[in-house]
Write a protein that binds this ligand. Structure first.
Ligand code: NAD
Length: 229
């Protein structure tokens, strides 16, 4: 199994205390997506959106990687073939566990972006609409997060990797958010084997050749051991 492309979603960080999209009572449940995760919401009320992401950034920086993040970092180090790690998550727990070159297709909380000149820089703990861009000085800074209606990052690179994959594995993702939900079909069309590791079946389960269900902290390390054996 030389080239493995892995897609992770909110489920891999759930046991680190970061709520998934649909968690009852979680941060996401208290806000409407249209208000906090769209360019239109940001244009309407930048204070609310900054407040939402400031809270998520604080939560994410306080969180620790779990056994699933560590297992994938180990796989990257010890597997003799190529491991490509693509995440929909905006936390940095893969990196905290030691993973390298993680492709954050939906951006990340630790980044700031100027919507006037596209300059990027490390996000301070608290962002606000009055913060100036360090390059053009405009007060148009935003979290470096891909919102609904925007084009995810690194798509060309990801599709290239999918076309070369021997195995595609989706971990802890509900299969509701496109284009990530279409990766399994893309990989299968190129001849890759496909595996879902999840707490419960995703919306795209029928497109996977194999699946295993359980907590990420248990099923991911087990799967990694079978690959490294
Ligand atoms: P989702 O919330 O739609 O689905 C979460 C998936 O994880 C579900 O399939 C659920 O069964 C599974 N899951 C829950 N607990 C699990 C566990 N302990 N072990 C294994 N699986 C578990 O998440 P999504 O598919 O990633 O899509 C939601 C969007 O929201 C993404 O775009 C993502 O950027 C964003 N998001 C990110 C974070 C984060 O960065 N940690 C958190 C919430 C939402």
């Amino acid at each position: 199994m030389s080239k493995i492309v892995i897609l992770t979603g909110a489920g891999i960080s759930a046991e680190s205390g970061l709520g998934t999209f649909r968690d009852e009572g979680g941060l996401w449940a208290q806000h409407r997506i249209e208000d906090v995760a769209t360019p239109e919401g940001f244009a309407r009320d930048p204070d609310l959106v900054h407040e939402f992401y400031n809270a998520r950034r604080a939560q994410s920086r306080a969180a620790q990687p779990n056994a699933a993040h560590f297992a994938l970092a180990k796989l990257q180090k010890e597997h003799r073939g190529d491991i490509v790690l693509v995440t929909q998550n905006v936390d940095s727990l893969h990196e905290a566990a030691g993973a390298q070159n993680v492709c954050h297709m939906h951006g990340f909380l630790d980044g700031a972006l100027c919507s006037s000149c596209d300059t990027r820089w490390p996000a301070p703990p608290v962002m606000s609409k009055t913060r100036q861009c360090p390059s053009c000085n405009a007060q148009t800074t935003r979290p470096d997060i891909v919102w609904f209606g925007e084009m995810p990052y690194h798509m060309e690179t990801i599709y290239h990797h999918l076309s070369e994959a021997d195995l595609f594995v989706a971990i802890g993702t509900s299969g509701n958010v496109y284009p990530a939900a279409g990766f399994v079909q893309e990989a299968a069309l190129s001849g890759a084997d496909t595996l879902e590791l999840n707490l419960e079946a995703s919306a795209t389960i029928s497109q996977f050749a194999q699946a295993e269900f359980g907590k990420a902290s248990e099923i991911v390390p087990n799967w990694v051991e079978t690959i490294l054996r």
